[in-house]
Design a protein around this ligand. Structure first.
Ligand code: SAM
Length: 494
């Protein structure tokens, strides 16, 4: 095991605190699979309060720690713990006794270093920060050189505490951690490279990179894994899977979403969220899911994208025992805001009979579109789980968002061959939330094993949702994340 590591998590616009531990544990699991190596405890969370941006952890090895930092999107950086104390006086006393250790760690003669101060649970005033730098500076070895631009080593000091509102600006510090930076995470580069703002083709429900990379990590996406998204839309999840070296396959009921020919609804969205000027104008490829893969140089990672409704997936991907896909990572329609649809098989067979009659009579077959009917979320999820149970390889994962609503009793789908690993809530705004459900296939299904029918619970959920009273002041009425993410500078400053 490595020494105590301080994981410093990013403060996300999406409020994803509940997913931090899942992401790190899942990346450690990918490492175990890739190495074919498996002590049980690859990483241990010693302490990770939900309201703090730092967590103390122990990792099995330095190589695993580096691997976690190279993939985690919720992580800001990882540091090695040097001193931990409950007050500033104690911290300064401990530091003064560790001069030679600090010199060896990067503050020695002529060594360039930089010191960062981070507050979790409160914020320092500029004056407090200035004084802290002064006091800390006096306690550190005087032989090193402070270099803010090109430091050789960076040190982070994390303060945890709160300001009591009753006693004025009184600050109570609970813990101070003096650390040395080991690795910055991949977060910044992933978010910059895969930003929706520069992607050639996006839709109303494209997942921002922070969420799509989180799904890819939790879905155990790794090099050469075969990954399927049966609601692929514009391909956000597959872009992230492709980035990690997976082979990607996608399907969607709506060919226009994949192909990029705007529907009237999308035209409206494009009016509301006009493409920012920063879009890469040099890109000449198609504005479609294929264009997105080309744009990120992932053509070789994509197998195909098909027009296919999810309830037909099970018939198309008929697999022998042992399964086909390493992971299914997907973002189904939520059914609350936009209703899901499926192919109307009854109408379809009537239509084909009609066509056959016309053809036998020697007339031309009329061009008609495929008929669709409403598809409840309960039906959709049960089809999805049945498909996952038959098509996933043993121990493969299915990861998908399940729609929920804040303040309404929820239900969630289950299948006897799929074990629920994680269920965490992501609040979208004051009305809507969604749970990320992560299942692992634990056995092959026999004919009798099917997902539970949750239609009654879904109906009850929808009725409660409609009856529910909303708070009178509703500061998050906007589709907050999307509105903030796409806000023009004028909107943001206003
Ligand atoms: C939440 S969006 C997924 C967005 C996607 N992650 C992206 O990056 O664009 C849900 C998608 O499911 C598709 N869909 C709706 N009903 C479907 C069905 N029965 N079978 C397959 N896809 C369906 C919609 O066309 C839509 O593109």
């Amino acid at each position: 095991m490595t020494r105590i590591t301080v994981c410093y998590f990013a403060e996300s616009l999406e409020r994803l605190e509940h997913f931090r531990q899942q992401e790190i544990e899942s990346i450690a699991e990918i490492w175990r699979i890739e190495k074919g190596y498996g002590p049980k405890e690859l990483c241990t969370f010693l302490e990770s309060p939900a309201d703090s941006t730092i967590a103390l952890m122990k990792f099995h090895s330095a190589a695993l720690l580096k691997f976690v930092a190279s993939r985690a999107v919720l992580l800001h950086s990882v540091c090695e713990q040097i001193v931990i104390a409950r007050s500033m006086n104690l911290m300064l006393r401990k530091l003064s006794k560790m001069q030679s250790v600090l010199e060896n760690l990067g503050m020695g003669v002529g060594r360039r270093f930089k010191l960062h101060i981070h507050a979790s649970g409160f914020s320092f005033t500029a004056e407090e920060k200035r004084r802290l730098y002064e006091v800390l500076g006096l306690a550190l070895p005087h032989v090193g050189i402070v270099d803010l631009v090109t430091p050789e080593t960076e040190f982070w000091v994390f303060f945890e505490g709160k300001r009591s509102e009753h006693d004025g600006p009184q600050l109570s510090i609970q813990r101070i951690c003096f650390t040395k930076l080991l690795y910055n995470s991949a977060r910044q580069s992933l978010l910059a490279r895969y930003s929706l703002k520069t992607r050639p083709h996006i839709g109303t429900t494209s997942l921002p990179p922070e969420l799509s990379f989180l799904l890819a990590n939790i879905g155990l996406i790794r090099s050469s894994a075969l990954v399927y998204d049966c609601f692929c839309g514009t391909g956000s999840t597959l872009v992230s899977a492709g980035h990690f070296g997976a082979i990607c396959l996608g399907s969607d009921r709506d060919a226009r979403t994949m192909r990029g020919r705007p529907s009237p609804k999308r035209k409206q969205t494009e009016k509301k969220y006009p493409k920012p000027r920063s879009i890469d104008l040099a890109f000449q490829g198609p504005k479609s899911i294929v264009g997105n893969m080309d744009y990120y140089d992932l053509q070789k990672r994509s197998v195909d994208f098909m027009r296919l409704s999810v309830e037909s997936c099970k018939d198309l991907w008929r697999t022998s025992r042992g399964g086909l896909f390493d992971a299914i990572v997907t973002d189904p329609p939520y059914g609350i805001r936009e209703g899901a649809k499926r192919v109307d098989r009854v109408k379809c067979s009537e239509m084909s009979l009609h066509r056959m009659n016309i053809n036998t009579a020697g007339d031309q077959c009329p061009l008609s579109s495929i008929p669709f009917v409403q598809y409840s979320t309960a039906e959709l999820e049960s089809d999805l789980l049945n498909f996952a149970a038959s098509s996933l390889r043993l121990h493969g994962r299915i990861v998908f968002w399940h729609p929920t609503a804040i303040g309404v009793a929820d239900y969630f789908p289950t299948h006897p061959c799929l074990q629920l690993l994680y269920k965490s809530t992501h609040n979208i705004n004051v009305r809507f939330s969604r749970d990320l459900l992560v299942f692992e296939k634990i056995c092959e299904p026999s004919h009798a094993e099917k997902a539970t029918d949750q239609t009654d619970k879904w109906v009850a959920f929808m009725m409660n949702f409609k009856r529910r009273e909303l708070p009178s002041t509703d500061p998050m009425q906007k589709d907050s994340v999307r509105d903030v993410y796409f806000a023009t500078p004028t909107w943001r400053s206003g």
